[in-house]
Design a binder for this molecule. Structure first.
Ligand code: BGC
Length: 685
C-alpha cells in the first residue's frame, strides 16, 4: 500500500454533518445519510466502509415506508437472559444492513448500568459484566455471521450523558477490570468484534479515545483484542490519540480538525509517528475486514420483514418483566367485563428511546411528539410505534368493553376507572442519548395519576414503558406491575399476550430497581449542578460493586432485585451439587411445579469469597418447562468471577478458602446454598 492509501483508511466521514443541509462531497452521492464512510482502495480490492448505527435495529434508512425492524430496548434483551436470542437479532440486523449495502453495524452497546438516570441505559444490556458480555457477544456474532462487521461500544464508563464530554470517570483500575472492562473482555473473547468504539468521557484523567492505559495496554496488550478501535463521533482531540491506541477517527469533520487525515500525516512526515504504528492501524482494520469477510459479495434476497417482525416479537415477549402480581391480578380474564386503559399514549403506540439508536420500523412511526429540550442540543422527539396497546387489547378481548382515557385530567381518569372492573395504566418516560433523567420519577404527573387511581380502585395494573428503573411511590397500592421497557415494533402485541396469559412472562431484571436514588452509590447526578462544559470528576467509588453487588455489599434492600421476575407458574429448585476445581460448577434440578408452561432463569451467585462478602452472578440458564417437567441444569463459572484482579501483577487471583454459592430466583431471593473450597491460584488475561 502507498501512504496515501494507508492514510485514507484511518478516518471516516459523516455523510451529512449535524445541522447542515449539504452532504459531504467526499462521500459518493448514492450513499444514504449514514453515520460513517471510509473510502476503500479499489486497486487492492479493499472495500469502502459504510457504517450504520445498529444497536436496536438498523438506523439510517430512507424516509417513511423505508424502515427497518425495530427491536426492543437493550435492557429488554438483557431481561431475556438469552444470548442465543441476541444472536438471532444480530443476524437480522446483519441481513438488513447487507440488503442496503452497509457493511459495518455500530452496535451494540454494553456499558454497564451504573447510574439509573443515564439517558442511554435503554440501549445497553445490564449492570452485570457476565450478562452484558454474553448478550453483547450474541449480537456481534449474529451480525458478523452475516458478513457485516459489528462494533461493540463504548469503551468505557460512559455511564451518564450529562456533561459527558467533560467528565473524567475515575475508577480503581483493578475494579474497572472486574466490572465494565470484564463485560467487554467476555464479549471480545466470545465474538471477536471487528472493532470497538471508544467513549466520550475521560477515564482516569485521559480521554477514552486517546487513553493508552485503556486502549493499548488493556484492550490490545492485556486482553488480546485483534480488531481496531474507532472513536465515537466528536471524541478526538489530537493526532496524538493515534500513539495511544486509537486506530480510526470517526466522523472526522465533527472535531476541531480531521486529526487522522491532515495532522496525523504531517506528524508522520515529521517523524513523530513511527511507520510501524501507521501500518499496525491499517493492519488491524484489514484483519477485521477479512476476518468478517466484508470484501466478499454475498447473495442477498429481499428482506423478509415478516420473519424479522417475528424475532422482534419474541424479543419483546422474553424481555417483559412481571414485577408484581398480587392476588393473581394477571393474567386478565375479563370476559365481557369493562377495562379502562389509561395514559401513556396507549391509544397511539408504544414508546421508543431517542438518539442514534432510534430505528424507524417498516410501518413508519405511529406518532412523533415534540419532547424535552436541551439548552444546547435542541429538542427531542418521542416516537411511537404502532399498533397501539389499546388496539391490541381490544382485538384480544373482543367481548370486553375497553375504554381509553389519556390521563391528562386525573378526575376524568378516576371517573372512568370507577366505571370499570380492571384499570390498566400505561406509564411512560421518554429517555435518550444526550439526556439524563433528573431523578427517578415519572414525568407528567403520572405518579399522582397512578396514586389517585389506586386510591379509588383495587384492581390497578401498571405497565411501565421506561428506559430505566423508576421510583414507584404507589407500588404497594397497585395489584400488578409490568416492566415493558421500550418494547419495539411488536411491543403492543407482546404486552397484550403477557397481560392475557397467552405468553407466560419470563423476563428477569437486568438492573436493580432501587427504592430511591439515595440507595445508589451516587445519590446526586454527576454534572447536574455545573455549567455544561465544566470539567468534572466522578469517582466511581463503588468500583466493581455495581448494581446488585453494591446492594449486597452495603446490605440494602432494593425495591426489586436484579434477576427478579414473576411467572404465571412456579419453579422449584433442588439437589444443588457444587464441584470445585479451577473454577466451580453447579448442577441442580429445576421443576415446573405450577399449572402453566413457561421459562425460568435460575441464577447462580457467589455470595462470599474466602471470607469477603462479595456478590457475583456466576452464571444463569434460561430453561423452558411444561407443567410437572424437570431439567437438570449445569452452570460453570468463569473463574474471573471468583477472582480479584491484581493490577500490579496484571493477573487474576483466587484466594484459598471457602466460597459460598447460592442458587436464586434473583439476587434478592436465594433459594439453595452450597460451599466450595478453592485453592489459591493466579492466572492471566
Ligand atoms: C453515539 C454512538 C453512535 C455515533 C454515530 C454517537 O453520538 O454515541 O453510539 O454510534 O454517534 O451515530
Amino acid at each position: 500500500m502507498t501512504d496515501d492509501e494507508r492514510f485514507s483508511l484511518l478516518y471516516s466521514l459523516m455523510v451529512r454533518v449535524f445541522g447542515r443541509t449539504e452532504r459531504e462531497p467526499r462521500v459518493p452521492a448514492e450513499l444514504p445519510v449514514i453515520a460513517g464512510y471510509t473510502s476503500g482502495v479499489p486497486r487492492l480490492g479493499i472495500p469502502s466502509l459504510k457504517m450504520a448505527d445498529a444497536s436496536l435495529g438498523l438506523r439510517h434508512t430512507g424516509g417513511q415506508g423505508d424502515g427497518a425492524t425495530a427491536f426492543p430496548a437493550g435492557l429488554a434483551l438483557g431481561a431475556s437472559f438469552n444470548p442465543a436470542l441476541a444472536r438471532t437479532i444480530g443476524c437480522v440486523i446483519g441481513k438488513e444492513a447487507r440488503a442496503r449495502g452497509f457493511n459495518v453495524a455500530l452496535g451494540g452497546g454494553i456499558n454497564l448500568v451504573r447510574e439509573v438516570r443515564n439517558g442511554r441505559n435503554f440501549e445497553y444490556v445490564s449492570e452485570d459484566p457476565l450478562l452484558s458480555g454474553l448478550v453483547g457477544a450474541g449480537m456481534v456474532r449474529g451480525t458478523q455471521e452475516e458478513g457485516v462487521l459489528a462494533v461493540l461500544k463504548h469503551v468505557s464508563l460512559n455511564a451518564s450523558e450529562t456533561n459527558k464530554f467533560f467528565l473524567d470517570a475515575v475508577i480503581d483500575p483493578a475494579a474497572h477490570r472486574e466490572s465494565d472492562l470484564l463485560a467487554f473482555q467476555i464479549a471480545i473473547e466470545q465474538s471477536e468484534p471487528g472493532a470497538l468504539m471508544g467513549a466520550y468521557n475521560l477515564v482516569n484523567g485521559a480521554y477514552a479515545c486517546g487513553n493508552r492505559a485503556l486502549l493499548q495496554e488493556t484492550l490490545k496488550d492485556a486482553m488480546g483484542f485483534k480488531g481496531w478501535v474507532m472513536s465515537d463521533w466528536l471524541a478526538v482531540y489530537g493526532w496524538e490519540f493515534a500513539l495511544n491506541g486509537l486506530d480510526q477517527h470517526s466522523g472526522a469533520q465533527l472535531d476541531a480538525q480531521e486529526w487522522f487525515n491532515g495532522p496525523l500525516r504531517q506528524a508522520y512526515e515529521d517523524g513523530k509517528v513511527p511507520k510501524a504504528r501507521i501500518s499496525e492501524m491499517v493492519r488491524r482494520m484489514l484483519r477485521s475486514y477479512y476476518a468478517v469477510g466484508i470484501d466478499q459479495e454475498r447473495p442477498c434476497g429481499p428482506v423478509d420483514f415478516a420473519a424479522h417482525h417475528g424475532v422482534a416479537l419474541e424479543a419483546a415477549r422474553q424481555g417483559i418483566v412481571l414485577l408484581k402480581n398480587e392476588r393473581e391480578a394477571l393474567p386478565l380474564a375479563p370476559g365481557k367485563g369493562r377495562i379502562a386503559v389509561i395514559g401513556g399514549y396507549a391509544q397511539a403506540g408504544v414508546l421508543s428511546g431517542d438518539g442514534s439508536s432510534q430505528v424507524m420500523p417498516p410501518a413508519g412511526y405511529a406518532a412523533q411528539i415534540p419532547a424535552r429540550s436541551h439548552p444546547l442540543l435542541g429538542p427531542t422527539t418521542m416516537r411511537l410505534f404502532g399498533p397501539s396497546p389499546l388496539a391490541a387489547l381490544r382485538q384480544r378481548f373482543p367481548e370486553a368493553a375497553v375504554s381509553y382515557d389519556s390521563g391528562a385530567h386525573i378526575a376524568e381518569a378516576v371517573a372512568l376507572a370507577r366505571r370499570c372492573d380492571t384499570v390498566i395504566v400505561h406509564a411512560i418516560r421518554h429517555e435518550g442519548e444526550r439526556f439524563d433523567s433528573p431523578d427517578m420519577t415519572l414525568p407528567f404527573g403520572q405518579d399522582a395519576l397512578i396514586d389517585a387511581l389506586a386510591s379509588v380502585h383495587d384492581n390497578v395494573i401498571v405497565v411501565l414503558q421506561t428506559g430505566n428503573p423508576v421510583a414507584m411511590p404507589w407500588h404497594a397500592k397497585v395489584r400488578a406491575i409490568v416492566q415493558a421497557w421500550y418494547p419495539g415494533q411488536a411491543g403492543a402485541q407482546a404486552m397484550t399476550e403477557v397481560l392475557a396469559g397467552d405468553v407466560n412472562p419470563s423476563g428477569r431484571l437486568p438492573v436493580t430497581f432501587p427504592a430511591s436514588v439515595e440507595q445508589t452509590p451516587h445519590p446526586r447526578l454527576p454534572g447536574a449542578d455545573v455549567e455544561l462544559g465544566t470539567p468534572i470528576r466522578v469517582h466511581y467509588h463503588e468500583g466493581a460493586e455495581v448494581g446488585y453487588r453494591w446492594f449486597a455489599r452495603t446490605d440494602r434492600q432494593a425495591l426489586f432485585a436484579f434477576g427478579h421476575g414473576l411467572s404465571y407458574t412456579r419453579f422449584a429448585y433442588a439437589d444443588l451439587r457444587i464441584d470445585a476445581g479451577e473454577t466451580v460448577t453447579a448442577t441442580f434440578t429445576v421443576t415446573n411445579t405450577g399449572a402453566h408452561e413457561g421459562a425460568d432463569v435460575p441464577q447462580l451467585y457467589l455470595t462470599e469469597a474466602a471470607g469477603d462478602v462479595r456478590m457475583r452472578l456466576l452464571g444463569f440458564q434460561r430453561v423452558f418447562l411444561r407443567p410437572g417437567e424437570s431439567a437438570r441444569v449445569s452452570v460453570r463459572a468463569d473463574a474471573r468471577l471468583l477472582a480479584r484482579f491484581q493490577a500490579a501483577e496484571a493477573h487474576w487471583r483466587i484466594d484459598a478458602g471457602r466460597y459460598r454459592l447460592a442458587l436464586g430466583r434473583s439476587a434478592g431471593e436465594l433459594v439453595l446454598h452450597g460451599d466450595a473450597e478453592l485453592e489459591e491460584r493466579t492466572f492471566g488475561r
